[in-house]
Design a protein around this ligand. Structure first.
Ligand SMILES: [Zn+2]
Length: 457
């Protein structure tokens, strides 16, 4: 069977390939799920004059075309608890929210995940990373409902099976009712990989194993999770070095910084990515670089919880893979990945100076950087022949951006441009600013009902 072909022409194309190639007016040709041509000017004749194929031509004039954005850290269930604990630092914020989170169910999380992913897609996100670590007893198939929501919407999902086994009675931060046993967490992690993980390059769903953080998980669970993930060939994810309080916790309890502690437990490596990494000293940055450990930079969340600013320019200079994340919506009510690019550029300049981070570096974090962090840089993250067709077509001739001298700056420094088209695996997920496969109004209604169920309980 011949695959349908899509031809986009006339757009400003930012490929984010290794040379940073951009075309003022370029073309991209897609056969089925793969990019088969990219270059300057109109598409070649063979692409449009093929009588054996159904060809869809898209006029990209007045648009910026970028790779689809890759979110490397989220907690989608928190879409249900936006707007709570607005003025707290991390540990107080967590303590305030754990009791509510312990009442989530597969149904409420499914509705929240669809809401969070819908907003992500509408802001250019084609690959959604999710870190789910709260599994109350009797709450049903939470991971299954997140996977189903991604499938309904049509986005790629990097779900993780998170866990917590260090309750307050053992010196951890979460209350005992919010944690599992070590054995249950490990078994559930293995089950999640068996059920949902697709090892193929075209995968729409991948699973990683993700104990929550050094202050909510035992050393045993961290160590055993790393062994398990490596035996199953999946990646590892956790939170690390987010706050000064976490530093103090690790120094007091283990006599180690968070990075030293995680290093001891087998948690540095090119199959690991960690969220935040705000408080890394030079030695920690060197260890991340030497081991290829990735970082999910979450500037809005770090600002909302007053955690600090991650040393992104230093991490990039050292060669550490860095991607962008929105983090959970309870600490970043926006959930938009497109605007997180601008946030990353602005926040890093506050720490590193005006030349500390360029707009194009921000775009790189959100695309190739994220792909590398998730281990998918061979098939995602840039517009190149042979890569999967995950693309965002941003409208920049409207009132927000008409006349802007640098189309890339429209996205990296300006208001988020409207999305004319979002393709995932060659298929439309957003068209003319609207979700294609689910009804936006119903997604919103589902979220409102789930919040009522959760908070009214
Ligand atoms: Zn997080």
């Amino acid at each position: 069977m011949t695959q349908p072909r899509t031809v986009i022409e006339g757009a400003y194309v930012a490929t984010v390939d290794i040379a940073g190639t951009e075309y003022t007016s370029g073309h991209v040709v897609i056969d089925g799920r793969e990019i088969v041509a990219v270059g300057a000017g109109p598409a070649p004749d063979w692409a449009t004059a093929d009588a054996s194929r159904q060809v869809t031509r898209i006029d990209g004039t007045g648009h910026l075309l970028t790779p689809g954005l890759i979110n490397t850290h989220h907690h989608l269930y928190q879409w249900l608890t936006r707007g709570l604990a607005q003025d707290a630092i991390l540990f107080d914020w967590l303590t305030a929210l754990y009791p509510t989170w312990s009442r989530i169910t597969a149904d409420t999380v499914g509705a929240g995940a669809l809401g969070g992913m819908a907003v992500g897609a509408l802001s250019g996100c084609t690959t959604m990373g999710d870190h789910h670590y709260v599994f109350p007893r009797g709450s049903g198939d939470i991971l299954g409902s997140i996977v189903a929501a991604a499938d309904d919407l049509g986005v790629r999902l990097h779900a993780t099976r998170g866990s917590m086994d260090l309750g307050a009675s053992q010196g951890g931060l979460p209350p005992d009712f919010a944690v599992e046993t070590t054995a249950d967490a490990l078994q559930a992690s293995a089950d999640a990989v068996a059920r949902f993980h697709d090892p193929e390059r075209e995968a729409m769903v991948k699973i990683a194993i993700a104990p929550c953080s050094p202050f909510s998980v035992t050393a045993d669970l961290l160590r055993e999770s790393a062994v398990l993930a490596r035996s199953l060939g999946v990646r590892l994810h956790t939170h690390g070095s987010e706050t000064v309080e976490e530093d103090a916790f690790c120094l007091e309890r283990f006599g180690r910084t968070p990075t030293e502690y995680l290093d001891d437990l087998g948690w540095l490596g090119d199959d690991v990515w960690m969220a935040h990494c705000v408080h890394l000293d030079e030695r920690a940055i060197a260890r991340f670089a030497a081991t290829g450990t990735g970082v999910a930079h979450c500037p809005s969340s770090n600002a909302r919880l007053a955690a600090g600013i991650a040393p992104v320019p230093q991490l990039l200079a050292a060669g550490v893979p860095v991607g962008l994340g929105v983090d959970g919506s309870a600490s970043n009510e926006s959930g938009q990945l497109g605007t997180e690019i601008r946030m990353s550029v602005l926040v890093n300049r506050l720490r590193a100076g005006a030349d500390g981070m360029s707009g194009r570096s921000g775009l790189h974090l959100a695309t190739m950087g994220g792909a590398r962090v998730l281990g998918r840089d061979r098939e995602l993250g840039s517009i190149e022949v042979g890569k999967l067709a995950d693309l965002a077509l941003w409208k920049i001739d409207g009132v927000e951006h008409a006349g802007i001298v640098d189309p890339v700056a429209a996205l990296t420094l300006g208001a988020q441009p409207p999305l004319t088209l979002l393709l995932v695996d060659g298929r439309a997920v957003v068209r003319d600013g609207e979700l294609v496969r689910v009804a936006e109004r119903e997604v919103a209604r589902g979220v409102a009902t789930a919040v009522e169920t959760l908070l009214g309980a």
